[in-house]
Design a protein around this ligand. Structure first.
Ligand code: NAP
Length: 487
């Protein structure tokens, strides 16, 4: 290890927090604590337990580069298996003993060259490094539909699934047609007595294989990790990524036309009833909203007892949902697959940087971070999978690994003793944001739809350039864009 060992506080024991911990340990830095508000590791994979939960990024790509898992059961892994993977990796890397479970961080304040952290239970701790690995999709957004408080039967958000409520043979309504709603409908379509999918906006759906790996394939992955490399970064994966990123960056690209063609054909070939097809046809371009990958949604929505409701909801009544056109859907259970509040990031935690600068104030117009990772005035703090990073159908594990490598190099200045704190200059952030906003306006995400990628001004809060550009800027931080504090 170069230089002295640093103490780090990591907030969140999800995918990104575990990654930071493992990377610190690998370089011999064991003086760190992870604060986790829940009682288990896994972040989003712990919180979400809804039927049909899966990751629509190929399992071998949604895997740490240092912890291949030859035993994935399918090309797209089911949620519980992913949660078990993170639990196992945390155990095998000796991370569990560093975690304080059921402990929510209330505030973090930079004072005298240290981060002073306070938890809700009153514990105080300090460290030179603060890793905000708090995730994006963790504050449920409950649709603001009148009458919800009058509903007499069970209801919950998709990320707060109550497994004590029976599903088989029941009348179930699911509001929301994002990735979550689509996965839930596919799973419940064979179980519910009647299933109503309330769709406010239709979605383009990319066909994808429901491939399960056989015991032989899994053995082959175990014996020959090059086969895993092939799934992660072989020619097929590279072509898919290249097509997707070209489509994102340039809404007029031939690659987007190709994607548009695939999703239109998928709808055409899967749904024959013209009325249903019309209801399922979006009025915006493919990939404008996060692309949904599903092998079975179109089949599910056509099963007997499953109904696609695309009318406007008037209000929720004690026994069901009243539509504006007079239709009433009586329900035994209502599920809100209505997404998340995505402008929160580390909040509601209060973070204060240099000279008492409040992150809430710095982010008054929206969350921003230099190259999506560091914030001016907040030394030695990193946001993993923070605002304006790559989104869409990339592996967020790859994103977090690259971000950690970048930040780790900044920390080398502190380890070597040449700095006490490192944070980007305001000028660097403003230049980045101005270039990013300009590029973001040209992406497909800004081509005329509503999605959680857009900020209050309708500008996509995402990485608007290529994946190659992201990997290139993450390779080495440009130190001229950083304040290097010395004691
Ligand atoms: P989402 O994409 O934000 O979708 C929310 C859905 O709720 C939309 O269909 C939205 O309609 C609808 N909605 C919101 N408020 C409503 C209201 N008042 N009345 C009627 N409908 C309303 O949320 P999500 O499906 O939970 O997915 C969020 C993100 O999680 C995804 O984009 C993805 O990044 C991640 N995710 C990933 C996977 C995976 O397999 N990797 C699976 C699930 C989730 P509008 O479209 O009209 O706004």
């Amino acid at each position: 290890m170069a230089g002295r060992e640093l103490r780090s506080i990591i907030i969140g024991a999800g995918m990104a927090g575990l990654l930071a911990a493992i990377r610190l340990k690998a370089r011999g830095e064991t003086d760190f604590t992870i604060y986790e508000k829940g009682d288990k590791v896994g972040g989003t994979w712990r919180e979400n337990t809804y039927p049909g939960l899966a990751c629509d990024t190929p399992a071998h790509s949604y895997t740490y580069s240092f912890a291949y898992n030859p035993d994935w059961s399918a090309y797209y892994a089911p949620g519980p298996e992913i949660r078990e993977y993170f639990e196992r990796v945390a155990r095998e890397h000796g991370i569990l003993e560093h975690i304080r479970f059921n402990t929510e961080v209330e505030s973090a304040e930079w004072k005298d060259g240290q981060w002073h952290v306070r938890t809700r239970d009153g514990t105080e701790d300090h460290a030179e490094v603060l890793v905000a690995a708090t995730g994006v999709l963790h504050h449920p957004l409950i649709a603001d539909i009148p009458g919800l408080d009058t509903f007499e039967r069970p209801w919950f958000h998709s990320a707060r699934w109550d497994h004590s409520i029976p599903l088989d043979g029941k009348r179930i309504g699911v509001i929301g047609s994002g990735s979550t709603g689509v996965q839930i409908i596919a799973a419940l379509s064979t179980r519910a007595g009647r299933l109503v999918h309330f769709q406010r906006t239709a979605q383009w759906i990319m066909p994808c294989p429901a491939t399960k790996y056989s015991a032989e394939e899994r053995r082959a992955f175990r014996e020959n990790p090059a086969l895993i490399d092939e799934v992660r970064s072989g020619p097929d994966a590279a072509a898919r990524r290249a097509r997707f990123q070209s489509a994102i960056i340039d809404a007029n690209s031939p690659q987007l036309l190709e994607i548009q063609d695939i999703v239109e054909r998928n709808l055409d070939e899967s749904v024959k009833d013209p009325a249903l097809k019309a209801k399922l046809t979006p009025n915006y371009r493919a990939a404008c909203k996060r692309m949904i990958f599903s092998p079975d949604y179109y089949a599910a929505i056509q099963r007997p007892g499953v109904y696609l409701e695309n009318g406007e909801i008037d209000r929720i009544m004690p026994k069901g949902v009243q539509m504006k056109d007079g239709t009433f859907h009586e329900l035994d259970l209502l599920v809100m697959a209505t997404g998340f509040r995505v402008d929160q990031f580390v909040r509601p935690m209060k973070v204060f940087g240099e000279d008492g600068l409040a992150l809430d104030d710095f982010w008054a117009k929206g969350p921003r971070a230099y190259y999506a990772v560091t914030v001016p005035g907040f030394p030695n703090m990193v946001l993993l999978n923070g605002p304006t990073g790559p989104v869409g159908n990339f592996s967020l594990i790859d994103v977090a690994e690259l971000q950690w490598n970048y930040f780790d190099q900044l920390l080398d200045r502190v380890r070597s003793g040449s700095a006490t704190g490192v944070s980007p200059t305001l000028a660097a952030l403003e230049r980045y944001e101005s270039e990013r906003n300009e590029a973001a306006r040209k992406t497909v995400f800004a081509s005329g739809c509503k999605s959680w990628y857009l900020d209050a001004n309708g500008i996509p809060q995402v990485w608007p350039w290529s994946w190659a550009h992201f990997t290139q800027v993450m390779e080495h931080p440009c130190l001229e864009d950083y304040h290097i504090n010395t004691a």
